[in-house]
Design a protein around this ligand. Structure first.
Ligand code: FES
Length: 99
């Protein structure tokens, strides 16, 4: 699934794309692109728009933090990892696909 042109997605950008009918959050952080299922593993709240710091995104609902590079839950109340997707940049376009 194409996300967009790399040069049009600035540092800190977040968006959602559908991969196989599933909403996937894409985040640009420190120049890299990360993609995670856009549902918190605590109560399913969307992660899109959550604060990103120290390589982690915070669920705005109850404050769980997930590591962008692994999907691992780093802070309660979430304990299960969020599903990770592959990101690739090819010819200046950013793509997300299932791992
Ligand atoms: S729904 Fe995300 S922390 Fe509760």
């Amino acid at each position: 699934m194409m996300v967009g042109k790399e040069q049009e997605l600035p540092e800190g950008w977040q968006g959602e794309v559908l991969v196989g009918g599933v909403g996937v959050l894409v985040v640009r952080y420190e120049g890299q692109f990360y993609a995670l299922r856009n549902n918190c593993t605590h109560k399913d709240f969307p992660l899109l728009g959550g604060e990103v710091a120290l390589g982690r995104i915070t669920c705005e609902k109850h404050g769980a933090k997930f590591e962008l590079s692994t999907g691992k839950a780093k802070t309660l109340p979430a304990v299960k990892p969020v599903r990770l997707y592959r990101t690739e940049v090819e010819d200046g376009e950013v793509y997300v696909s299932a791992l």
